[in-house]
Design a protein around this ligand. Structure first.
Ligand code: HEC
Ligand code: HEC
Length: 324
């Protein structure tokens, strides 16, 4: 209760609480003394209903009064032991933070060795370990399923993690980096740069043509030139760039939908997929297990052989699918 900036509110609460408890006690005590003498009839109050239903002025039933005394005594004992009376901390010194800390420390002592067991092994190797996979799956269902789905198949805007189509890369290290540090996709709004709706429609048809999807050839031909604007991120051939998470537009796997309408929406409004960083919240050991679990879902692939920094991005062919 150290939110109090001055002693005033603490005393205000303390005095009101103590006065109310004392008031209730006094009231109960006063009711105790009023007992019917033997043979005395309870007073009738002035009103009557339905002809013969009357209200009597009987003393309160004693079981009820006793119950009330018990709650009163409970409150008093509670307020002495635990925080509740203004800034008084209670004689037990209990705090919700303290309890949380103790529970967390106990949980860490119990589970850390289990999680840490896999920390030293490469993601690719533990992906094959059934015990690690089971732990990874439980973590995935708790922390990831709300966005990627319990089967990791994803949804519109949330990538499928079970296929070999990766925004950022499907080798162990890249998957782990995606989970640990998060990702932020940045597809800008380009309607204006493309000269309005007509330009957007043309480029959208060109994008459709890249994957051999049904499209209007005349519009696509007009859009081809305008794709210059997109090439910096999606590459001149449209195969995408994993260093910035620009999707491959030449396959039929779509993050936001492959209909003409969804592509038009993507281009005119932009897209900003956010993968929240997990390292801070989950720690290295759990992120490592999760990376192995995701790697083992079917999409994991070895790191591309070419030294990344040296290879021009345009030549970064998608890594060969690994047969499992
Ligand atoms: C709040 C929603 C959300 C949660 C929770 C979430 N993700 Fe994601 N994740 C996303 C989005 C959105 C993307 C795509 C980011 C982008 O568009 O650039 C993504 C991307 C990824 C990628 C990169 C995929 C690729 O194709 O390169 C991986 C791997 C991943 N998430 C794993 C996980 C794991 C494991 C968890 C659980 C710890 C998790 N995510 C939790 C929303 C989420
Ligand atoms: C600054 C880099 C950048 C530019 C320029 C850019 N894009 Fe993108 N684009 C991205 C990124 C990054 C994403 C993924 C967004 C996300 O993950 O939320 C994306 C997503 C898309 C998608 C969605 C793909 C899917 O799988 O649903 C389409 C379609 C697309 N871009 C088309 C275009 C077109 C057409 C142009 C040019 C008119 C263009 N982009 C220009 C970076 C860019």
């Amino acid at each position: 209760m150290n939110e109090f900036t001055s002693g005033f509110w603490s005393w205000y609460i303390t005095i009101i609480t103590v006065l109310s408890l004392a008031g209730v006690a006094l009231f109960l005590a006063s009711q105790r003394t009023r007992r019917l003498a033997p043979g005395e009839k309870a007073e009738e109050m002035a009103h009557k209903w339905d002809g013969d239903l009357v209200e009597l002025n009987n003393p309160l039933p004693s079981w009820w009064v006793k119950l009330f005394w018990i709650t009163l005594i409970f409150s008093a004992v509670y307020l002495v032991l635990y925080p509740g009376l203004g800034s008084f901390k209670g004689v037990l010194g209990w705090t919700s933070w303290g309890q949380y800390d103790t529970e967390m420390t106990e949980a860490k002592a119990k589970y850390d060795p289990i999680f840490n067991k896999f920390l030293g092994q490469p993601v690719e190797q533990i992906a094959a370990d059934p015990e690690a996979r089971e732990m990874g799956q439980r973590l995935f269902l708790t922390y990831c399923a709300q966005c990627h789905g319990s089967d990791a198949h994803g949804a519109k805007g949330f990538p499928n993690l079970t296929d070999k189509d990766w925004l950022y890369g499907g080798d162990g290290g890249t998957i782990q980096a995606s989970i640990a540090n998060g990702r932020a996709g940045m597809m800008p709004q380009l309607a204006e740069a493309l000269g309005g709706a007509e330009g957007v429609k043309q480029v959208a048809n060109y994008v459709l043509s890249l994957s051999g999807s049904p499209h209007d050839a005349r519009l696509a031909a007009a859009g081809k030139e305008k794709f210059m604007l997109c090439a910096a991120c999606h590459m001149p051939d449209g195969t995408g760039n994993q260093t910035i998470g620009a999707p491959n537009l030449t396959d039929k796997t779509w993050l936001y939908g492959g209909s003409e309408a969804s592509i038009i929406e993507t281009i005119s409004k932009g897209r900003n997929g956010q993968m929240p960083a997990q390292l801070q919240a989950l720690g290295e050991a759990k992120v490592h297990l999760l990376a192995a679990y995701v790697y083992g879902l079917g999409g994991g692939m070895p790191k591309p052989a070419a030294p990344e920094a040296a290879a021009p991005a345009a030549e970064q062919a998608p890594a060969a699918p690994m047969t499992q």
